[in-house]
Design a protein around this ligand. Structure first.
Ligand SMILES: Cc1cc2nc3c(=O)[nH]c(=O)nc-3n(C[C@H](O)[C@H](O)[C@H](O)COP(=O)(O)OP(=O)(O)OC[C@H]3O[C@@H](n4cnc5c(N)ncnc54)[C@H](O)[C@@H]3O)c2cc1C
Length: 290
């Protein structure tokens, strides 16, 4: 591995100044970055550890929703009872990213900023209505997660900018969410298809009043499946509704052909997985008290 300097500032301003002046790379858990430095995919003279910055470690739920610091580890997220109650899709994601060692270091912010097309967290963050706070020397801007990635391993960040936190609205009434991926092996593999979904049901639990579906690994970047959302709103919670939603999702994707699966296979898996994820999200939502 090529040599680099290492800094570990404890303030956001200090980190931004270092990153701007040196074109350094931020390191949260390092579970992607260290590998990229080792293989030469990323070259830098300075790595800036961002784990000690308070703004990136916020983890707070209030009446408005969840504030999730970009550097909070997956393990910490999994251990949070309120996240489990309101945002179970985040637990679904954080408990499948690598094994326990990886989850102890890896952050959702790092998963998003790495911006892989098959990143597990991104479809779930999209489904949950996540909005990123991005801070640089010229201030802070807010970017919905579905607008953050711009292509494979690409995103809207300018040099020196950091994602500080991701905010999520509080699910109200009979609302819940779920994430699932399909992988060829049980663990330690990359999603062939990843689906996140949030559903809100009416008081009877029989009709859908709001829906957000995020799809990953089936296009150049994870995206919000708007046509699926539009279809679902006003529909009843039935197997037929979720099957049709799966068929609509198939029409929105542009998957690749590789050793993990053909285009035809990915189309089929997408339709099945969308149906399964919606079914589970609806089940979780119907169990919520109004
Ligand atoms: C064995 C193993 C298994 C894995 N399994 C999975 C898996 O199942 N699913 C999956 O999706 N991924 C998986 N990964 C990839 C990786 O663990 C995740 O993407 C993880 O969430 C990255 O988080 P991190 O905090 O380690 O990011 P880092 O490696 O610290 O950072 C990733 C990238 O984002 C940048 N960055 C980090 N934080 C910020 C920020 N706040 N603002 C701006 N830029 C930032 C870094 O500069 C770097 O370019 C695996 C990796 C390994 C090694």
């Amino acid at each position: 591995m090529r040599e680099f300097e290492f800094e570990s500032p404890d303030s956001l301003a200090g980190a931004i100044q270092l990153l701007e002046s040196s074109k350094g790379k931020p390191l949260a858990g390092g579970t992607d970055l260290i590998d990229h430095l080792r293989t030469g995919r990323v070259v830098t003279d300075l790595v800036v550890d961002i784990k000690k910055i308070p703004e990136l470690n916020v983890l707070e739920i209030n009446d408005e929703g969840l504030r999730l610091g970009a550097a909070v580890s997956c393990r910490k997220i999994c251990a949070n009872a309120e996240i489990k109650q309101h945002y179970p899709a985040l637990i679904d994601v954080c408990s499948i990213i690598g094994g326990i060692q990886i989850q102890s270091r890896a952050s959702v912010g790092g998963n998003l900023c790495n911006s892989g097309a098959a990143a597990d967290s991104t479809p779930a963050l999209i489904a949950l209505g996540g909005v990123c706070s991005v801070t640089g020397s010229s201030g802070t801007r807010e970017i919905p997660v579905e607008e953050f990635c711009t292509g494979p391993s690409q995103n809207v960040l300018e040099p020196g900018e950091l994602v500080t936190e991701i905010k999520f609205p509080l699910p109200v009434g009979k609302s819940s969410n779920h994430y699932q991926r399909f992988i060829p092996r049980y663990e330690m593999d990359i999603a062939v298809v990843g689906v996140g979904a949030s559903l809100t049901l009416d008081d009877s639990g029989e009709n859908i009043t709001a829906a957000r579906v995020g799809l990953g690994a089936v296009a150049a970047k994870p995206f919000l499946a708007e046509k699926v959302n539009e279809f679902l709103i006003g529909k009843s919670v039935t197997e037929a509704t979720f099957s049709e939603a799966g068929e609509i999702a198939k029409g929105l994707i542009s998957p690749i052909d590789d050793h993990r699966g053909t285009v035809e296979f990915r189309l089929q898996v997408t339709s099945v997985l969308v149906k399964r994820v919606l079914t589970e999200a609806a089940k979780r939502a119907s169990e919520k008290a109004t």
